[in-house]
Design a binder for this molecule. Structure first.
Ligand code: FES
Length: 576
C-alpha cells in the first residue's frame, strides 16, 4: 500500500521513531509472531479490542469475528492486532456486571492508549461490553468503529416465540400457577438460547447495539443482524476495511459523537422501546467525550416519541424479526423529521443519507410513524421529594392504569430481606401497595444490580394480578417489564429520602406530571434523618473499595468520578 504522508501515524512513534534502538525493541518482539517488515513501515495499525470470553456467552463467537475484521483491515492496507479486555458477562458475574463496567472501561482506555494503535475496532455484545469499551475508547479519542456481535436467533418454545430474559420474569407465575414442570423448564432453557449471540429481545444488549448505530459508530444496519447470519461476518470485514480509511481521514470519535448524535440516540431509543439502562450508559459515554447531557433531556427529547418497534418486552416480536423487517435503518428513516439528519457517522456520511432508502418489509414489526404502536413511548423522568435528582420509568413497559397511583409503602431494606419475606402469607400487602426496595443503588449494593423489577408476592399473583408499582434505587433488566420506578437518586445508602421510607407511608405517583412524592411531612423526615446511619462499607480494599468511594449517582451515569472526561492519545514517555 502507498503510504499516506499527509499525517504521521501515531504508531510510527513506536515503529519508526528515528532511534534505531527504540525501533529495534518495538519491532523485534512483535516479529516473533511472523510479521513481515512492511507491517512496520507506515501502515495504519488497528487494534481489535475483543470482549470475547467463554464466561460471557453472549460474546462467545467474537474470536471468530475478529478474523473477519482482520481480513478487512489487511485488504485495506492496515495491520491488525487483536487484544483482549475485561469482558463483563451479565449472567454469571457477582454481585452484578454493572459493578465492573467502569473497570472494563479503564482497561479498554489504558490498553488503547498504551499501545501503538492508530485506530480501534470494538467487538461487543453482552450488555455492559458495549458501553464499557465505548467509554474507554472515548477517553482516548482515536478513530473507532463498533462491530456489535448480534442477537441470538429467535427463541422458539412449543411453537411460540420465547424471548431471552423476558420469559424468565413470568417463570415464578408459571411454576406456581400454571403447572410448569422441571422438564418444561429444561426444555425452555435451551429453546431460549438457540445460537451464538446476545439476548434477542429489545433488552439492554440489543438497545446498546442500536445505541451505537444511532450514534453513528457502526456501519449502517449493523445492530440487528443476528450473530450467526453470514451478513454479520460481512459487516465485520467491511468494518475492518473502513477503520483503515477512518485513520487516514482522522475521523475520530469526537467528530462523530456530537450533541446532535446524542440527541438522535435518545429519540431513536424511544422509538425502539429501548431499555432504561440506555440512560445510564449514554450519560457515561457523553461524560467521557465531553458532551453535556442531563437526565431531564431523556424525557424532554424522548418521551413524546412514538413507539415504532413491536419487540419484547414491550411488544411481541424478537430481534431476528426486526432484522428481517429492515432493522434500525427503517426506524431511522421513519424518524427523519425528529432527527439531526446531518449527524456524521463512521462511514463518512450523514445518518440521514445512509438510511434514506431503507425499506420496511413487515409493518407488524416496524410501524410507520403515522400509525405507531404507542403514541408516546420514551422514558419518563420523575422528580419529587423521594427522588430530588430524578428517577426513571419506562411507560411503554408499564401498566397504563398504574401511571397515576397512590398507595401504601411496603419496605424491604435489602434484596435479601425482599426474597425472604415477600411471599410470607402474613405480609400486609395487596395490589394497591407500593413495593419499596432500598440498598440496591451504585454505592449500596454495590454496583446497582438489575433487581428493581421485584417479583410480585405469590398471593397477589394467585389473584391473576401481573403488575404493581415498585420503586428502588436499582436498575431493571432491559428484558423486563412492569410499573417499575428505577434509578432513584440520591440512593438510599448515601442519605437519599428513599432510605427514610417506612412501611405504611403513603406514596403518590403521577407519571403524566412527572411526580413521585412521599407523603410524609418535612419535620418527620428530619426526625428520621437525624437517627439514620449509613450502611457500613464492607469493602476495605481492592476495586470495590475504589468503586464505592468514587462512583457517581445514577442521574450522572454512575461513572467513577475520576474517569469522567478524556486524556487524548498522547503518551510522552517511552518504556525503554
Ligand atoms: Fe448477555 Fe442478555 S445476558 S445480552
Amino acid at each position: 500500500m502507498k503510504k499516506d504522508n499527509s499525517k504521521k501515524l501515531r504508531s510510527e512513534d513506536w515503529f519508526n521513531p528515528g532511534d534505531p534502538k527504540s525501533a529495534f525493541i518495538h519491532r523485534s518482539w512483535l516479529r516473533n509472531q511472523g510479521y513481515p517488515n512492511d507491517y512496520f513501515q507506515g501502515r495504519p495499525v488497528i487494534g481489535i479490542c475483543n470482549t470475547w470470553s467463554e464466561l460471557t456467552p453472549c460474546n462467545g463467537h467474537l474470536r471468530e469475528f475478529a478474523e473477519f475484521v482482520k481480513r478487512g483491515v489487511l485488504e485495506a492496507g492496515g495491520v491488525p492486532f487483536e487484544f483482549p479486555v475485561t469482558s463483563t458477562g451479565e449472567i454469571l458475574m457477582r454481585p452484578t456486571a454493572m459493578l465492573f463496567r467502569n473497570l472494563a472501561s479503564m482497561d479498554t482506555e489504558e490498553s488503547i492508549r498504551a499501545n501503538p494503535l492508530d485506530g480501534v475496532v470494538l467487538l461487543t455484545g453482552c450488555d455492559k461490553t458495549t458501553p464499557s469499551t465505548v467509554m474507554g475508547a472515548c477517553s482516548v479519542n482515536l478513530p473507532t468503529i463498533v462491530v456489535p456481535g448480534g442477537p441470538m436467533l429467535n427463541g422458539k418454545y412449543k411453537g411460540e416465540r420465547i424471548g431471552s430474559g423476558t420469559f424468565i420474569w413470568t417463570l415464578k407465575d408459571k411454576i406456581k400457577n400454571e403447572g410448569f414442570t422441571e422438564e418444561d423448564q429444561i426444555e425452555a432453557e435451551i429453546c431460549s438460547a438457540r445460537s451464538a449471540g446476545h439476548c434477542m429481545t429489545m433488552g439492554t444488549a440489543s438497545t446498546m447495539a442500536c445505541m451505537v448505530e444511532s450514534l453513528g459508530l457502526t456501519l449502517p444496519g449493523a445492530a440487528a443482524i443476528p450473530a450467526v447470519d453470514s451478513r454479520k461476518k460481512v459487516m465485520a470485514q467491511l468494518s475492518g476495511r473502513r477503520i483503515v480509511e477512518m485513520v487516514k481521514e482522522d475521523l475520530k470519535l469526537s467528530k462523530i459523537l456530537t450533541k446532535d448524535a446524542f440527541e438522535n440516540a435518545i429519540k431513536i431509543n424511544a422509538a425502539i422501546g429501548g431499555s432504561t439502562n440506555f440512560i445510564i450508559h449514554l450519560q457515561a459515554i457523553a461524560g467521557r467525550i465531553g458532551v453535556p447531557l442531563n437526565l431531564k433531556e431523556f424525557d424532554t427529547l424522548g418521551s413524546k416519541i412514538p413507539l415504532l418497534v413491536n419487540l419484547m418486552p414491550s411488544g411481541k416480536f424478537l430481534m431476528e424479526d426486526f432484522f428481517d423487517a429492515g432493522g434500525l435503518p427503517v426506524v431511522i428513516r421513519h424518524m427523519k423529521e425528529h432527527l439531526h439528519n446531518g449527524a456524521m457517522t463512521v462511514n463518512g456520511k450523514a445518518i440521514g443519507d445512509n438510511n434514506q432508502n431503507a425499506e420496511c418489509y413487515n409493518t407488524e414489526v416496524i410501524a410507520p410513524i403515522s400509525k405507531p404502536f404507542i403514541e408516546e413511548a420514551g422514558i419518563a423522568v420523575l422528580y419529587g421529594n423521594l427522588c430530588e435528582n430524578g428517577a426513571v420509568i419506562k411507560p411503554s413497559a408499564a401498566t397504563p392504569e398504574l401511571m397515576t397511583h397512590r398507595g401504601t409503602a411496603v419496605v424491604f431494606e435489602t434484596i435479601e430481606d425482599c426474597h425472604a419475606n415477600i411471599d410470607r402469607p402474613d405480609l400486609d400487602i395487596d395490589e394497591n401497595s407500593i413495593i419499596v426496595l432500598k440498598g440496591v443503588g451504585p454505592v449500596g449494593y454495590p454496583g446497582m444490580p438489575e433487581v428493581g423489577n421485584v417479583d410480585l408476592p405469590e398471593k397477589i399473583l394467585k389473584k391473576g394480578i401481573k403488575d404493581m408499582v415498585r420503586i428502588s434505587d436499582g436498575r431493571m433488566s432491559g428484558t423486563a417489564f412492569g410499573t417499575v420506578i428505577l434509578h432513584v437518586s440520591p440512593e438510599s445508602s448515601v442519605g437519599g429520602v428513599l432510605g427514610l421510607v417506612e412501611t405504611g407511608d403513603v406514596i403518590s405517583l403521577d407519571v403524566p406530571n412527572r411526580k413521585l412524592h412521599l407523603e410524609v411531612s418535612p419535620e418527620e423526615l428530619d426526625k428520621r434523618k437525624a437517627v439514620w446511619t449509613p450502611p457500613k462499607n464492607l469493602y476495605d480494599r481492592g476495586y470495590t473499595n475504589l468503586y464505592t468511594r468514587t462512583v457517581q449517582q445514577a442521574h450522572l451515569g454512575a461513572d467513577l468520578d475520576f474517569l469522567v472526561g478524556n486524556s487524548g492519545s498522547d503518551v510522552s514517555r517511552d518504556a525503554h
